[in-house]
Design a protein around this ligand. Structure first.
Ligand SMILES: C[S@@+](CC[C@H](N)C(=O)[O-])C[C@H]1O[C@@H](n2cnc3c(N)ncnc32)[C@H](O)[C@@H]1O
Length: 290
């Protein structure tokens, strides 16, 4: 499992002391930061995912599904809002086994870089559009498992998968079926995240969700929004980033060098992808009531 130690400074090109899976951070920020490293290795979690999702699928089938899933995210975004990405067992397995670990790694490093995301730990993390639960789990794990996690997703498969992820990672977590437009009540001191989900919503729905996220952010809830960097995927990003800045938040782009476990490397290459570097952009509201 992850454990965190304070570090004096967060520097360019820091190699995290993560035995077996060193990952280089290429983004630099000043001020106090913490290094986190695994005591249960990331590879063990991926191995459990492999057992779970490769039980009924052969690698070539999974690779084909991963190609289809990736092209749905990149080239056929209009199918995404209709649930296209998770419409077959192969694509669901490809999401859980490939994209979820990438999201887990990415969220971990963003959370660590945003020091006030973990210090002090939020009392709870609400993960809207949680998918298989990786993003919320990463935040809770980076916060030494103090926060409870609640994952909400409209897809029943995602809800089951998120529950499994929380159990595997020994988190105080629960997941339920629901819509991102209906946020449960959040206390100040808690956190909410929307990882790779806002770009799947219709314009009206996204506006409603963003309004709610900014409203709870102004009431003291920490808010983290993550999206892929490609501008075409989120043309609304700049407006949301400006709004965040007006509210005392920040927007960043991140680039991490990742050394992926062998299975993920194999899948990455076989599907014609390239995730040696992980990139993401974030909007962060620190949750200090104005
Ligand atoms: C790309 S996945 C991201 C999953 C997860 N946040 C992660 O980072 O791995 C987007 C998820 O959002 C969910 N989703 C899309 N629209 C939704 C809505 N209106 N309400 C709830 N969940 C939604 C999908 O079912 C899917 O699981």
């Amino acid at each position: 499992m992850w454990s965190c130690v304070p570090a004096n400074r967060w520097r360019k090109n820091v190699v995290l002391p993560d035995a077996g899976n060193p990952i280089r951070i290429t983004h630099s920020i000043g001020g106090a930061a913490r290094y986190c490293h695994l005591t249960m290795t990331f590879e063990e979690w991926v191995a459990a995912l492999e057992q779970r999702h490769l039980a009924n699928l052969r690698l070539p089938e999974l690779t084909r599904a991963l190609r289809a899933l990736s092209s749905a995210y990149v080239e056929r975004r209009h199918t995404v809002g209709r649930g296209g990405p998770l419409d077959s067992a192969g694509k669901r397995a490809a999401f859980a086994l490939f994209y979820a670990p990438l999201h887990f790694l990415t969220v971990t490093y963003v959370i660590q870089a945003l020091d006030d995301a973990v210090m002090p730990p939020p009392s709870s993390v609400l993960d809207i559009g949680c998918g298989s639960g990786a993003a919320g789990a990463a935040w809770a794990v980076a916060s030494e498992r103090t926060p409870t996690v609640l994952g909400i997703d409209r897809h029943p498969w995602a809800v089951d998968e998120a529950r499994w992820t929380y159990r595997m990672l020994k988190l105080k977590g629960s997941a339920r079926q629901g819509d991102v437009t209906r946020l449960p009540r959040l206390d100040s001191g808690s956190a909410v995240m929307a990882a790779y989900v806002l770009n799947e919503l219709s314009v009206d729905t996204r506006i409603r969700v963003l309004e709610q996220l900014f409203a709870v952010g102004a009431q003291g809830v920490r808010v983290l929004i993550l999206e892929p960097i490609a501008r075409a995927v989120a043309p609304w990003w700049d407006d949301a980033a400006s709004h965040a800045a007006e509210q005392g938040g920040r927007a960043d782009q991140w680039r991490f060098r990742a050394s992926l476990p062998p299975l993920l490397q194999t899948l990455d290459k076989a599907a014609g992808l390239n995730h040696r570097e992980l990139t993401v952009r974030s909007i962060w509201l620190p949750g200090r009531a104005a």
